[in-house]
Design a protein around this ligand. Structure first.
Ligand SMILES: NC(=O)c1ccc[n+]([C@@H]2O[C@H](COP(=O)([O-])OP(=O)(O)OC[C@H]3O[C@@H](n4cnc5c(N)ncnc54)[C@H](O)[C@@H]3O)[C@@H](O)[C@H]2O)c1
Ligand SMILES: O=C(O)CC[C@@H](O)C(=O)O
Length: 387
């Protein structure tokens, strides 16, 4: 029986894929084999030694202590692309909210009083304060051309916008998906200087913190619309507020409210709604549950942020799964112990990601607990499972 702990509401479309006869799923599972979460802040959470996997039903993993979990040999999964369409749609809505002043205009109407006839007069007199501008011919700058950024870039092209993108580590897969008319910015400053709208789709890491700050703000076009549906901290909110004050920034649309932003008439903040559609929640839950199950039951790894993809069709009599540090001679030491135990390796895969490595092997005889313990005692081996 595997214990699965849910730390946020995870769609039942995903959770129902854990067969009830082999999985106990609850929000208070003691000694969980795997944890599933969305935005729950897992830093400082007490982990037990039998934790094998953490599944982030979403894209960003800045709420997960990936390094600390790696040191314990715990595999961290996410659901890349599973909520990308939901975010894309909200960013398109956000661009329109920004350039058509939809937030302030709705606030104006909410504040009207009097009869319908009086309201009609006030509407016609007041609407001049909320006139906006259109998308075609304007330039959208997309920072981060991953699952979400590529979808937004392509959608904006279909809306008649010029699109310029910046992503120094774009993958070949994403580059293939990008509309050929999307221009590649040679550097961030060029994108910032040319864009009428700028949208951010990068993870929050040290190198992406405060990409918009008091200095980079000076480089922006006058009247730019900024959109942050990535993470709080990627833009320095105090710089953005100064830009709104001076008129440099026309509007700021973002998914991460704060007291300073919430009441500013030129800011439209949403309650972290980017991924909150039924479809995205189901996609994320299904993807992450399938990945966690395949890891628990078969040792296969797909879409982990700290370990490589490793998938092996079962062939031998038994299977050994090892998470280890990516050190020299680990395979030598592992095969030496198996050789001493008279265990023949029928099939194996080994790969690494950064300072972590993973070995999955099918062997021709049953492996006993003593051999597992000997493997686990190799310095640098973090987890050993017999499957
Ligand atoms: N608002 C929401 O609900 C919501 C939903 C999903 C994702 N997100 C956030 O959006 C982020 C992006 O999501 P995704 O699914 O597109 O992720 P992704 O991993 O597919 O794409 C991220 C891209 O950013 C690029 N990148 C990294 N550092 C960069 C830098 N300094 N400059 C430019 N590009 C850089 C990477 O090369 C990658 O292509 C997530 O990390 C998450 O924080 C928010
Ligand atoms: O789960 C959510 O609601 C938000 C997810 C989002 O921030 C992500 O990074 O995928």
């Amino acid at each position: 029986m595997y214990n699965i702990q849910t730390l946020n509401a995870i769609s039942s479309k995903g959770l129902n894929r854990f067969p009830a006869d082999h999985y106990a799923v609850s929000d208070n599972a003691a000694a969980a084999d795997a944890m599933l979460l969305r935005s729950f802040k897992l830093h400082d959470y007490p982990f037990t030694d039998n934790l094998l996997a953490v599944g982030r039903a979403g894209s960003g993993t800045n709420n997960v202590p990936v390094q600390a979990l790696s040191e314990r040999g715990v595999v961290v999964f996410n659901a890349p692309g599973a909520n990308a369409n939901a975010v894309k749609e909200l960013v398109i809505a956000g661009m329109l909210m920004g350039c058509r002043n939809i937030g302030p205009a709705m606030d104006f109407v909410r504040g009207l009083q009097g009869t319908d006839a009086e309201m009609s007069v006030a509407v016609e007199a007041g609407k001049k304060h909320f006139g906006g501008f259109e998308l075609p011919g304007r330039t959208l700058g997309v920072i981060g051309l991953g699952a979400i950024g590529v979808k937004i870039a392509n959608a904006a092209r279909h809306l008649g916008m010029n699109v310029i993108g910046y992503d120094p580590t774009i993958t070949i897969e994403r580059a293939w998906q990008l509309d050929s008319d999307v221009e590649a910015a040679p550097n961030l400053d060029t994108l910032l200087a040319q864009s009428d709208f700028i949208t951010f789709h990068v993870p929050l890491i040290e190198s992406t913190r405060h990409l918009i700050n008091a200095d980079s703000l000076k480089n922006l076009k006058d009247g730019v619309v900024l959109l942050n549906f990535a993470r709080n901290g990627i833009l320095d909110d105090s710089a953005v507020l100064a830009g709104l004050e001076s008129g440099k920034v026309y509007a700021y649309v973002c998914d991460f409210p704060s007291n300073a932003l919430r009441t500013n008439p030129r800011v439209m903040t949403l309650p972290h709604l980017g991924a909150s559609t039924r479809e995205a929640e189901e996609n994320c839950a299904i993807m992450v549950v399938d990945q966690v199950r395949d890891y628990l039951e078969n040792g296969n790894i797909c879409n982990s942020v700290n370990l490589p993809n490793v998938k092996l069709r079962r062939t031998g009599l038994a299977r050994i799964a090892l998470v280890n540090q990516n050190n020299p001679d680990m395979l030598g030491k592992i095969s030496h112990i198996l050789g001493q135990a008279g265990v023949n390796i029928a099939h194996m895969m080994n790969d690494s990601k950064g300072n972590m490595a993973y070995t999955l092997m099918d062997v021709d005889s049953v492996v006993n607990e003593n051999t597992r313990v000997a493997l686990a005692a190799i310095p640098g081996v973090l987890k050993v499972r017999l499957l």
